[in-house]
Every structure is written in structure tokens, then in C-alpha cells.
Design a protein around this ligand. Structure first.
Ligand code: AMP
Ligand code: MG
Length: 504
């Protein structure tokens, strides 16, 4: 089927929410996008929605059910609200380290941008049909991957990690072929901008300096206004993006999140986690963990992520060079170099907090590294270890069996726990206060593959309650009420056999 055959006009409804549409991206120029409607799906139904994201958008409380809004039709791609101007944007990128040329929104459609109390937000449908950038794809997303994206977006937000948000999932029994026949779904994503490193690479590669300049001005004026005052606004932009990316990488590493496909087209210019596909959270601590079954070489393995962040920033810098000019390449090199220090400091800070240390002392790195090394050797559960560490008692003769039992090597534990207790006493750490602080940074529950998988299997059988239940849990991942629940427990044996690939 060609794109032209596929396009069915969709109705614009007479009423929508009381939103002020800005649609600034549209004004950038036709080089940046193609306007086209979403492609309808047969008899859509609700799968799940996030009240927290709806609140961000200022949607009325009864938004899902109000007849005049017909939100189900809108969020399945079967209708538009007045003010929506759907478009697919074009970008390029490096995939697995290789230049891939033109990519673009192959199955995502931006519906437009609205004002919200927390600033402008763009709405996007993912899985809404073919676009001029669909290449060999079908423009659709399956229920399985949509549930993973929806839950993880809201889970990351719950963890305090910058991310695109997700408003809702709608489903349809329309068949979609992946390895097996599955059914279609549409996720509505929300972010201040979906611009990627790959947008810059696209226009640089095409030597379209005028469009590149417009893009840089757009991003600076709307998202990084402080860079405007710099003598070199594009160097300042690169520096700001590098800082945010370094912080993001530290947040991913600290919580054991593996993205799985850190291609430059999946890197947000705002430093948000974007494009959830074959992601995973560490169960046992393993620096070499590869969450994406398609990533045979382990390019995007857990411990590689911070370096890949830097690699991707090099690609962004290349994309900005036509605007920066060779005279300033030293400044660019300095910015890229400073990423390493920003990341290292951010990661050290997070690891200290994860261990409940509120001051910096000279042997901290050694103490923390020896813990991580032991966790690596024993594949100690990353989330459970740090969560339980908050129960550590510095009292003389305390057994700390709850943490100790996580290690097979008791000699290690005897040594480490003595050093840790001494280190905590050296800053007069109060056990109760430290536990409370640690429980605000070390989550009880993360979206492990088996949790997502259980929700997906039920949803594929038509039962969405587990998706909805899990959403609520993931939105409050630090809540101590989860500690005793199965959600916070060790993964079951069958979890080892779950394979997650790029297929979505
Ligand atoms: P990803 O790495 O999954 O974010 O996607 C890489 C590129 O492939 C992007 O340009 C996507 O829009 C496109 N793509 C992925 N899946 C599909 C699909 N089913 N139909 C059309 N395009 C797709
Ligand atoms: Mg992508």
C-alpha cells in the first residue's frame, strides 16, 4: 500500500478542551515536516491513561468520558480536536554507530503544541499510521510495546528522571504483524519538544545551513534562552545539552536503567529519556548487561551508556559545526571534554546519596566501588540491595541480616559492613534520618521486564487492570508500602528467559 492510498481524511470535532494551541514547530518551514492526518483504526478502546499526565495538560477531570470531547476517537487517531495540526517531522541519525541517513517520524504524529501551567507541551500519537518517513515500516505500534512505553514513561517520571510523558494508550483489534500477529495500539506522548540530535544531523548532512540555523534558533529561543546571551550561542547550546545529557546518564546508571537503542535519533535535545523500546532495568548488577536482544555487540550495554552519550554529543557537535565554524573548534572540544567531569561528578554524587552519605570524605570512592564490585561478582540485585541498605544499623554489634543475606561472600560483608558503619559514624549519621533520605532516592519498585510482561500478557487477553494497577505503583516508586509486595521482590525464574528486541 502506498502512502497516498493509505491516507483517509479524519473529522475535526466541533469541540475540544479549552487549550491555546501554539504549534510553533509548524512555523519552522516545510523542510522540517509533512502535515498529514493520523490514519484511523477500527473500533478503538481505552487501555489505560495517566491522571498525572492529564493534570499536567490541564485536561478536565471527566476528559475521557465526556461525549462532546470524544477523546477516545482523538487519541486513537480517528478524529482531531480543533487547533490540532498533525505533522510528521524529518530527522536523520546514526544507528548503532553507523550513519543511517534520513529517518524521521515513521509512525509518530505531532498533534500540535499547547500552553499548560508548566509551559508549552507538544502532544504526539505513536502508532498512528504511515508517514512519508515510514520507510519499510507499517506506521503502527503493537499493544505490547505501547504498554512498555506508556508504563516506563510514567515510571521514569515517578523516579524523578527527565522523560517524555505518556497520557494514554488506546487499542484496536486491528492485526499488526511482527514476529507473530499482534494488535495495534496508539500511545499519546507528551513533551515540551520531541526534537532529537538527529534533527541537527539531518540539516548539517544536507548542507542546508539556513534550515540548520532556524532549528538552532528555535531550540535556543524556546528551550535554552540563556544561550542567546553567549558570544557563541551554538557552543553554549551544545554545552547545555551536554550538561543535561551527563545528568541524565547519571540518573539512568544510578537506577539501573538501560535504554537499549541509544541511536542519535533517540537522543532528546532537552535531555529527556525518549523512545522507549527494548529498554530494561538491571535485576542482578551487571555492567555488561545488554537489554536489547538485537544489540549483539553490546554497544548499548549498561556500563557503556555514559560513553555512548558522549559519542552522541560528538555527532550533535558535528551537526552544529556549520553554525559554529572551525575557528571555535577548541571551544567545542572543551565542551565535549567537560561532559566527562560533569558525568563523573553527577554519578559520584548519586552513588554517595544511594549509600546514604551526606558528606564527602576521601575514601568514599573506594568504599562504594568495593560494594559495586562485589555486586558485579555476585550479580546482587541492584534495586533490592540499595533499597535494603537503608535499613542498615550502625549500632555496635548490629547483625544487619537483611542486607547481609544478599551476599554469598560473608567475609566480604564482614569487612565492608565494618567500614561502612565506621564511615557513617564519622559523619554522625542518624539511622532513621538516613533511612528516610535513602528511601527517597533508592526506589522500591522499578519496571522490571517480568512486571511489564505480566501486564502485557493480561492485556493481550483483553484484561487491562494489571496495566492500570502497575501504573499506580510505578508512579510512587519510593513509597514504603510497596516494600513487602511482590512488585518489589526478586524476579521470578521465568524472567531470565524474557527476550526484548527492537521489534515494536
Ligand atoms: P526507533 O529506533 O525504534 O526509535 O526507530 C527508528 C526509526 O524507524 C524511526 O524513524 C522510526 O519512526 C522508524 N520506525 C520504527 N518502527 C516503525 C514502524 N512500525 N513503522 C514505520 N516506521 C517505524
Ligand atoms: Mg526512535
Amino acid at each position: 500500500m502506498t502512502l497516498h492510498d493509505a491516507i483517509t481524511p479524519v473529522n475535526t470535532l466541533t469541540a475540544g478542551p479549552d487549550w491555546n494551541w501554539r504549534n510553533r514547530f509548524h512555523a519552522l518551514g516545510t523542510e522540517f515536516h509533512t502535515e498529514l492526518p493520523p490514519q484511523p483504526v477500527p473500533t478503538p478502546y481505552w487501555v489505560a491513561h495517566s491522571d498525572s499526565c492529564a493534570e499536567l495538560l490541564g485536561l478536565p477531570s471527566e476528559w475521557q468520558t465526556r461525549g462532546d470531547l470524544n477523546a477516545l476517537a482523538v487519541f486513537s487517531g480517528n478524529a482531531l480536536w480543533p487547533g490540532m495540526r498533525p505533522l510528521a517531522s524529518v530527522y536523520s541519525g546514526h544507528q548503532f554507530g553507523v550513519w543511517a541517513g534520513q529517518l524521521g517520524d515513521g509512525r509518530a504524529l505531532s498533534l500540535g503544541e499547547i500552553d499548560t501551567p508548566s509551559g508549552p507541551q507538544e502532544l504526539q500519537l505513536k502508532g498512528a499510521g504511515l508517514t512519508p518517513y515510514s520507510r519499510m515500516g507499517d506506521g503502527r505500534a503493537v499493544l505490547r510495546s505501547s504498554i512498555r512505553e506508556f508504563l516506563c514513561s510514567e515510571a521514569m517520571h515517578g523516579l524523578g528522571i527527565p522523560t517524555t510523558r505518556a497520557l494514554c494508550i488506546t487499542g484496536s483489534n486491528m492485526p499488526v504483524l511482527r514476529e507473530a500477529l499482534e494488535t495495534a495500539a496508539v500511545v499519546t506522548r507528551v513533551a515540551p519538544s520531541f526534537i532529537r540530535f538527529g534533527h541537527f544531523e539531518h540539516f548539517a548532512q544536507r548542507r542546508d545551513t539556513s534550515a540548520l540555523q532556524r532549528l538552532a534558533d528555535f531550540v535556543i529561543d524556546n528551550h535554552y534562552p540563556d544561550c542567546r546571551d553567549s558570544p557563541q550561542p551554538c557552543v553554549a547550546l551544545l554545552s547545555a545539552v551536554a550538561q543535561r545529557t551527563a545528568e541524565l546518564m547519571a540518573q539512568w546508571q544510578a537506577v539501573g536503567f538501560c535504554h537499549g537503542v541509544m541511536n542519535t535519533d533517540n537522543m532528546s535535545i532537552l535531555g529527556l529519556t525518549i523512545d522507549y523500546g527494548p529498554f530494561g532495568f538491571l535485576d542482578g548488577h551487571d555492567p555488561d548487561h545488554i537489554c536489547n536482544h538485537t544489540d549483539r555487540q553490546g554497544r548499548y550495554a549498561y556500563a557503556n551508556q555514559p560513553n555512548i552519550g558522549l559519542w552522541n554529543l560528538h555527532a550533535l557537535a558535528q551537526g552544529l559545526m556549520p553554525l559554529i565554524g572551525r575557528d571555535h573548534s577548541d571551544a567545542v572540544r572543551e565542551v565535549l571534554e567537560s561532559y566527562k567531569l560533569t558525568y563523573a561528578n553527577a554519578m559520584r554524587r548519586r552513588l554517595r546519596s544511594k549509600c546514604g552519605l551526606s558528606t564527602t570524605q576521601k575514601d568514599d570512592a573506594g568504599l562504594i566501588d568495593s560494594l559495586l564490585n562485589q555486586m558485579t561478582q555476585e550479580r546482587t540485585d541492584h534495586t533490592i540491595l540499595f533499597r535494603r541498605l537503608s535499613t542498615f544499623s550502625t549500632a555496635e554489634g548490629a547483625d544487619n541480616g537483611h542486607v547481609k543475606s544478599l551476599f554469598k561472600d560473608t567475609a566480604f560483608w564482614e569487612r565492608w559492613s565494618v567500614a561502612y558503619a565506621a564511615r557513617l559514624r564519622a559523619e554522625n549519621s542518624n539511622d532513621l534520618q538516613r533511612a528516610a533520605a535513602m528511601n527517597r532516592i533508592n526506589p522500591s519498585v522499578v519496571l522490571r521486564n517480568h512486571l511489564a510482561e505480566s501486564a502485557i500478557r493480561q492485556a493481550q487477553a483483553g484484561e487491562f487492570s494489571e496495566v492500570r494497577r502497575l501504573l499506580k505503583v510505578l508512579q510512587s516508586p519510593f513509597d514504603e508500602r510497596h516494600d513487602a509486595s511482590a512488585d518489589a521482590g526478586f524476579p521470578p525464574d521465568w524472567a531470565q528467559h524474557i527476550e526484548v528486541s527492537c521489534s515494536s
